[in-house]
Design a protein around this ligand. Sequence first.
Ligand code: SAM
Length: 256
Amino acid sequence: MVWDPQQYLKFSGHRLRPAVDLLMRIPDFAVESVADLGAGAGNVTRLLKERWPNATVTGVEGSAEMVAAGRKAAPDIDWQQQDLSAWRPARSYDLIYSNAALHWLPDHATLFPALMQKVAPGGILAVQMPRNFTAPSHVLIGETALSGPWRSKVEHLVTPPPVAEPALYHGLLAPLSGNIDIWETEFLQVLEGENPVKEWTKGTWLTRYLDILQGEEKAAFEAAYGERVAKAYPKNAAGQTLFPFRRLFMVAQRKD
Ligand SMILES: C[S@@+](CC[C@H](N)C(=O)[O-])C[C@H]1O[C@@H](n2cnc3c(N)ncnc32)[C@H](O)[C@@H]1O
């Protein structure tokens, strides 16, 4: 999947809010090492470094485009371009932080305990993932995929939601945790502009579909989805689009 940092950052204010909410829930403690998983364009990684300026902060990121943007935004971060599914660090970290990235990885039942094993005793695993996959913004991507001439090319992407119920993560992390705090927030995002929900998903979930298609077919897919999603999220009288978006948060402290 090719990430476009500019498309992703179009809604940087709304995308930053959950990252900061997560950061603010991490208690003050002595942090010497931080890993930011799926660090993206570095705008959040920079905040981790600002909060713990003496810590070594490592940004692990799979996309070359994002790493290039990250190196510019946060040059004092140790950037590692690597696929997270192959991330097996030899060391542990005081803080493993991940904002809006782990939903791209499969098999959370294996992933989450494995990440917790890489947190030093007394350290923190802090994760935020979108859980909006049953909302029209995301369901209509699948619906469009299955109802056009492109179906055979993209239907393998129409899969069950990648993020489970909060209780599943509690069950996975509680045996390894001293304290654990899991919560959900639904943000009522007020967006401006033409068909902004399409523009939003074009920076993330829609990209996988558009990447596969070419030329006119790609444009037709985007237009067909755009028409559906504009109807699902009509503008209000002030010309704004209200886009409710649910996110799952967890902050778990590793047992000593
Ligand atoms: C939605 S962005 C979030 C970026 C950043 N954490 C933030 O809050 O702004 C998701 C990031 O995860 C990265 N990512 C997704 N799957 C990945 C994988 N398997 N390995 C490494 N990075 C991955 C993407 O390249 C992208 O930069």
